[in-house]
Design a protein around this ligand. Structure first.
Ligand code: BGC
Length: 714
């Protein structure tokens, strides 16, 4: 702690301290400051004095605007403590990268790091010092709109990717906040803001590790979540916020609430008054309250009444001031804000090139009946509402503008140097059940054998507050695909979306399916690169794709049950764990994805059939590129602990490797498997491995049955 911070803590009144621990929307506080800011002011019941001493503003940036707000603030704040500007820079600031779920599918930590770094560079110049990212909530239910913000259903991969984001933001000079602690992604029925109920074991093993990984990587802030978890709203969870986060993980950065979550403890039915909310939150070491005013209104009196110690308040204040110091704001209150430089950097060719690379590496080829890549000199046409759509940025696109994005049509035309015919097929609201545009679309493309059908859900259909109870492809688009196929076309679908959508209805009518997610600014160019074979699709799914919405939540690392359906066929459904109307397996499993060549993987071998405590074995398998093109495969390592004091999942991802081979080339792929990787929370609560037999799987997706048996001897 610097002298400056110590001095401030001594000088500040309790009221001033409470203000410093509050974050608000700039529109509320600085109504009159600049023409760019509009809003009602006073919405949180803040006095002019409160507003003058506030600690931070959120989701407000723009180099000039930030300077104006900071100047205004410093002219009023008696202690001249600069504001810190935080924003949701989730997948880019001006240049928009694919949504995190898509980026996760790259299985490429270096790429995620690079995207985060460039996001930070743009953000800093635009007046942001801290991003509310990475979001590492474990997601298993595609109905939940926010799955697009996570990297998927695997705790290990989420941890790796989360750490990569943290490193990237730091490299780019921006602080970052891991969220939403904890288990927000377990919202029941995938309904936004809904209840979560997760056993302690499940929490520890699946939901918490990725947050912890980010804390260990140096995330500066942690955001506590909105949700009711096991009967208590998160900000009431002393066990998680103090015992786990602070004591066990040693986190000493700022813990911030999610938007208005402190006062929402009242709506949850947990606390009755704002005063209680303030007392509980500060007692649980919540340092900063976002968008509610329990601290401003009640902290001073709580201290005076002896209900909260001033030392507790000072500790939070210290963390907040240290964060500002870390951001360099006491030296330069504008951070790295630079409007002129921002003009050159935002959407620069280098940033666009990275966005294109990221979109190429994020799109997953789900089906290919030999139609892709398209041959550049064979005519084809485009159909569907996304062919010319430029809003393919995805939710949380920050300053990204659709007009700066490249549509599929623009990307393909630029690559081919010729104009393409395209027919939308769905007029008006693409979620509405209007099929009237289909005949005209069929007419427009009738001279072309091959049609690239660009379909999916709009950006606004996923993200915060955007859960869907039915995640099928919107009906008119499914009808369009069917009509195209029935008219004799070869159909290559390019599907846009912020979640796994149910593709079962369109799959039979598609000769190829490329899942583009929401690919960001350079989406159209990247899709052109992939469709035309300039690049190979290399991404693999990090969330299972259900066959029917009713399968949600669905994830690969599930349990066998006492009555598993094996084989997974509809005939085999009596009194066993199954559905009458669909298989148990997803349409496309975790880890799945195709490229433009074919692979053979065989001969899983272990360097030893036995492993001991602290020991390791090498797992190897023979990979051959049996196709006609060079390509790269993502070889994945999974384990299953057959019998344990606590039942273990059918498979757990333990490693992955990208292997590039020339046509016909063969290589032995090796993984290091240590005894440590076999550990879990045992029945006695210990994190340990247990003696016994394990299946060690190697595969090209999580459905692999290629395995060898390993025995752990203790
Ligand atoms: C979201 C957070 C976000 C915050 C600030 C909340 O509604 O849940 O993810 O960081 O708003 O925008």
């Amino acid at each position: 702690m610097t002298e400056r911070i110590e001095k401030l803590i001594e000088e500040m009144s309790l009221e001033e301290k409470a203000r410093q621990l509050t974050q608000v929307n700039a529109k509320i506080v600085y109504t009159a400051t600049t023409a760019a800011i509009t809003g009602t002011g006073g919405a949180m019941g803040l006095s002019e004095e409160d507003k003058a001493g506030i600690g931070s503003v959120l989701n407000f940036s723009g180099a000039d605007e930030e300077k104006a707000v900071q100047d205004d603030h410093l002219s009023k704040d008696p202690h001249k403590i600069p504001l810190i500007f935080m924003q949701d820079v989730i997948h880019g600031c001006h240049t928009i990268f694919p949504v995190p779920l898509a980026l996760g599918c790259s299985f490429d930590e270096a790429l995620a790091e690079e995207c985060a770094e460039m996001s930070a560079v743009e953000s800093r110049l635009n007046g942001v010092q801290l991003t509310f990212s990475p979001m590492v909530d474990l997601v298993r239910d595609a109905r939940w709109g926010r799955v697009m913000e996570s990297t998927g259903e695997d705790p290990y991969l989420n941890g790796l990717m989360g750490k990569a984001f943290v490193r990237g933001y730091h490299k780019g000079g921006m602080l970052c906040c891991v969220k939403h602690f904890a288990a927000y992604g377990a919202a029941e029925a995938g309904r936004e803001y809904n209840t979560t109920d997760v056993s302690e074991r499940n929490l520890k093993e699946y939901f918490l590790p990725a947050y912890r990984a980010c804390v260990e990587e140096g995330a500066d802030l942690v955001m506590s979540s909105f949700n009711l978890l096991n009967g208590i709203p998160l900000n009431g969870h002393k066990d998680l916020l103090v015992d786990t986060l602070r004591k066990e993980w040693g986190f000493d950065g700022v813990l911030i609430s999610d938007y208005a979550a402190v006062k929402e403890m009242i709506a949850h039915g947990y606390l009755e008054t704002m005063e209680e909310c303030a007392e509980t939150a500060i007692g649980n070491e919540l340092d900063m309250e976002m968008m509610s005013s329990a601290y401003v209104r009640h902290l001073p009196e709580l201290v005076k009444e002896g209900k909260v110690s001033e030392e507790r308040v000072n500790e939070s204040l210290r963390r907040v001031l240290e964060m500002k110091e870390k951001a360099g704001l006491f030296e330069c209150p504008y951070g790295d804000t630079d409007a002129e430089k921002a003009k050159d950097v935002n959407l620069s060719p280098a940033h666009r090139a990275l966005a294109r690379k990221a979109a190429v590496r994020s799109a997953v080829l789900l089906k290919n009946g030999g139609v892709l890549p398209l041959s550049a000199d064979r005519p084809f046409a485009l159909a569907g509402p996304f062919a010319e759509e430029k809003n393919i940025l995805g939710s949380w696109a920050c300053h990204g503008r659709p007009e700066d994005a490249v549509s599929v049509k623009e990307g393909l035309e630029a690559a081919l140097g010729r104009k393409l015919v395209s027919a939308k097929g769905c007029e008006g609201d693409i979620l509405a059940a209007d099929e009237s545009g289909i005949p005209a679309a069929l007419e427009a493309v009738k001279g072309f054998k091959t049609i690239v059908a660009c379909i999916g859900e709009p950006s606004a259909s996923s993200g915060e507050g955007a859960s869907r109870a039915d995640i099928r492809i919107p009906a008119p688009q499914a009808a369009l695909v069917k009509a195209l196929k029935e008219a004799g076309h070869t159909v290559a679908a390019v599907v846009f979306g912020g979640r796994p959508q149910v593709l079962s209805e369109i799959e039979p009518y598609c000769d190829a399916i490329l899942y583009a997610w929401q690919p960001g600014t350079e989406g159209g160019n990247a899709i052109a690169d992939l469709l035309l074979g300039k690049e190979e699709p290399t991404a693999r799914l990090t969330m299972s794709f259900p066959r029917k919405t009713g399968q949600c939540p669905i994830y690969y690392n599930c349990f066998n049950t006492g009555r598993p359906r094996i084989p997974d066929t509809l005939e085999n459904s009596n009194y066993i764990s199954s559905y009458r109307d669909t298989l148990n397996a997803p349409l496309y499993p975790f880890g799945y994805g195709l490229g433009y060549t074919d692979w053979e993987l065989k001969g899983v071998r272990l360097s030893s059939e036995k492993i001991v405590e602290g020991g390791r074995v090498t797992v190897s398998a023979l990979l051959k590129n049996t196709g006609k093109r060079a390509g790269s495969a993502l070889v994945q390592l999974y384990i299953r602990d057959r019998f344990a004091s606590v039942v273990r999942p059918l498979k757990e991802l333990k490693g992955f490797q990208r292997v590039s081979l020339a046509a016909g080339e063969e290589r032995e792929v090796c993984f290091d498997l240590s005894e440590e990787m076999l550990r879990f929370y045992t029945a006695s609560g210990e994190f340990a491995s247990e003696a016994g037999k394990f299946d060690v799987f190697v595969g090209l997706d999580s459905s692999t049955s290629l395995s060898a048996e390993l025995t752990l001897v203790k």
